[in-house]
Ligand binder design. Structure first.
Ligand SMILES: Nc1nc2c(ncn2[C@@H]2O[C@H](COP(=O)(O)OP(=O)(O)OP(=O)(O)O)[C@@H](O)[C@H]2O)c(=O)[nH]1
Ligand SMILES: [Mg+2]
Length: 215
């Protein structure tokens, strides 16, 4: 699928900046299970939130070109901690546990939800939350809860569609229209969507450029 937009000199520059940011290996820093375990807020940070199995860890691996850096799985609920990765000592990339996973014990789910909410609402250096939405399914009720939370905490967020390799163009158009309509109700939403496939590589360079362009 082609992501048609005019390639201007500015776009070229932004893409190059993104390429450079991710040119050196991103390293795992730590997995955090409680809010007091967060690393010092000493650099800018972006996080990847989304339903279980939406492709958060796969996206981090694609961005960093390090397959296996973030653990991925077919089993929903693979990522059970807030995992911090550092990129060039200047940016933290944060892989969050998935939400909306029905098969885990309620106590465990509650604990993750609390941690996720405390993190999203309270992290001063969080520049942007990328909320991943499966391109086959669009925004669901559980996603809306997180979007409301981000609105209320005034955390800027941007929707990233995942797994676009799995949808037909007509179906994608329908999902995009649904998402755009939904986002118009969310003041903290960044209007531009990013369409990605970690499997095929689509949109990864654009996402790198967006991260590198954050002030
Ligand atoms: N076809 C396709 N499959 C993908 C893509 N991204 C992720 N997957 C698959 O989707 C499954 C879940 O991916 P993960 O990256 O582990 O998802 P996650 O959001 O980190 O999941 P949790 O940690 O459980 O919340 C894996 O089997 C991936 O291989 C994609 O772009 N295309
Ligand atoms: Mg994961």
């Amino acid at each position: 699928m082609s992501l048609a937009f005019p390639i201007t000199e500015q776009t070229q520059e932004a893409l190059e900046k993104g390429r450079l940011l991710f040119a050196r290996p991103t390293e795992f820093v730590k997995g955090v299970v409680a809010i007091d375990g967060l690393p010092g807020a000493d650099r800018m940070e972006v996080c990847f939130a989304g339903r279980s199995n939406v492709g958060k860890s796969s996206l981090i691996n694609a961005l960093t070109r390090r397959h296996g850096l973030a653990r991925t799985s077919n089993t929903p609920g693979r990522t059970q901690e807030i995992n911090f990765f550092t990129c060039q000592s200047s940016h933290y990339l944060v892989d969050l546990p998935g939400y909306g996973f029905a098969n885990a014990p309620l106590k465990v789910v509650k604990k993750w939800q609390r941690l996720l909410k405390d993190y999203l609402a309270g992290r001063a250096t969080l520049r942007r939350a990328f909320v991943l939405i499966d391109a086959r399914h669009g925004i669901k009720k559980v996603d809306d809860e997180i979007l409301d939370l981000l609105d209320n905490a005034a955390v800027n967020f941007q929707v990233v569609l995942t797994k676009i390799d799995k949808v037909k163009p007509d179906d994608l158009a329908t999902v995009l229209a649904q998402i755009r309509a939904d986002l118009s109700n969310h003041p903290a939403a960044y209007p531009e969507l990013v369409l990605t496939s970690s499997a095929k590589g689509d949109g990864i360079d654009i996402l790198r450029a967006i991260i590198a362009g954050l002030e």
